[in-house]
Design a protein around this ligand. Structure first.
Ligand code: FES
Length: 88
């Protein structure tokens, strides 16, 4: 389990879960826009990394050409405790 801070709240994310971070955050009450439901298409679940390490970019994320430090929360999991800021 890793602790991820978002908007002043701390969430516990299981890095070994089959569920990406977005689904785990939403289950714990985080308000995340996820227009495509986690398919990696809409980019509304994008976040900026303030602290921490996350799993390698998926092929989907590589194709998106996201700005440095931005990831899709439906495509990754944390590899350490961290802090993120949602873009939308
Ligand atoms: S929920 Fe659409 S890209 Fe992540």
């Amino acid at each position: 389990m890793h602790k991820i801070k978002l908007n002043g709240k701390t969430y516990e994310i299981d890095e070994k879960s089959d569920e990406p971070m977005m689904q785990q955050l939403v289950k714990q009450g985080a308000e995340i826009v996820a227009a495509c439901g986690g398919a990696g298409i809409c980019q509304t679940c994008a976040f900026k990394t303030k602290k921490g390490k996350f799993t390698e970019k998926t092929e989907t994320e590589k194709m998106m050409d996201l700005p440095d430090g931005q990831r899709l929360s439906c495509q990754c999991r944390p590899e350490s405790d961290g802090e993120i800021e949602m873009i939308y």
